[in-house]
Design a protein around this ligand. Sequence first.
Ligand SMILES: Nc1nc2c(ncn2[C@@H]2O[C@H](COP(=O)(O)OP(=O)(O)OP(=O)(O)O)[C@@H](O)[C@H]2O)c(=O)[nH]1
Ligand SMILES: [Mg+2]
Length: 223
Amino acid sequence: MTGTPGAATTGDGEAPEHSPPCSPNYDLTGKVMLLGDSGVGKTCFLIQFKDGAFLSGTFIATVGIDFRNKVVTVDGARVKLQIWDTAGQERFRSVTHAYYRDAQALLLLYDITNRSSFDNIRAWLTEIHEYAQRDVVIMLLGNKADVSSERVIRSEDGETLAREYGVPFMETSAKTGMNVELAFLAIAKELKYRAGKHPDEPSFQIRDYVESQKKRPSCCSFV
Ligand SMILES: Nc1nc2c(ncn2[C@@H]2O[C@H](COP(=O)(O)OP(=O)(O)OP(=O)(O)O)[C@@H](O)[C@H]2O)c(=O)[nH]1
Ligand SMILES: [Mg+2]
C-alpha cells in the first residue's frame, strides 16, 4: 500500500497502463447511495464529485437509478466507491428500495431552500431503517448552501436533526463544490476503518472527522 498517513486524494480509478492484467487498482470497495427528495441536487452532487463540474440549467430528474465509480485514496488505501444516484420521485421508490440492502453508506440530502425536502428527512430515515443494513453509515447533507438568499432551513436545524439521529451533518454545495469531496472521503475513511486493514490504528470517528474538516457557508461568500 502506498500513500502518506492522513492523506486523502481522489482519482478516476482508471488502471495505469503498466498495471498487470486483472490486478485491481484498489484495495477495497464500498457502495454508496444518494437519497433525498427530487430536486435536492443528488445528481449534481455526484457529477461535481466525479467530474468537478456543475450541471446548471434545465433540471432533468433522474429516472430509476444510475451509478458511477470513483477511486479515492485515504490513509494509503485505495477505496473504490460505487455511487448509486437514485431518483427522488415517489414513483421510483420501489425500484430504489431493492438497492438499499447492498449499500454500506447513504448520503441523505435535503435542499436548504426547500422546507418540504427537510421535513421529509424523517420519512427518509424511516425508509432507511426499514430497508438498509442496520450498520449502514448515514450522513445528512443540507445542499444548495450557495443560495443563501433563498435559505429557509437554518444550519442549526440540520445540526439538531442530525444529532437526534446520531449521524454526521454538513451543508454542501454541488454548485461551488463546498464539502462535496469531504462527504465521500469521510465515507471512504469510515469504510477503510471498518475493513480493519490496520487494527492497531486509533479508532476513527466519522462525526468528529466531519466536524473538524467541514467548511461552513459564510453570510456573504456564496451569494
Ligand atoms: N444553486 C444550486 N443549485 C443546485 C445545487 N445542486 C443542484 N442544483 C440545481 O437543482 C436542480 C436539481 O438538481 P438535480 O441534481 O438534478 O436533483 P436530483 O436530486 O438529482 O433530483 P432527482 O433526480 O429528481 O431525484 C438543478 O436545476 C440543479 O442545477 C446546488 O448545490 N446549488
Ligand atoms: Mg437526479
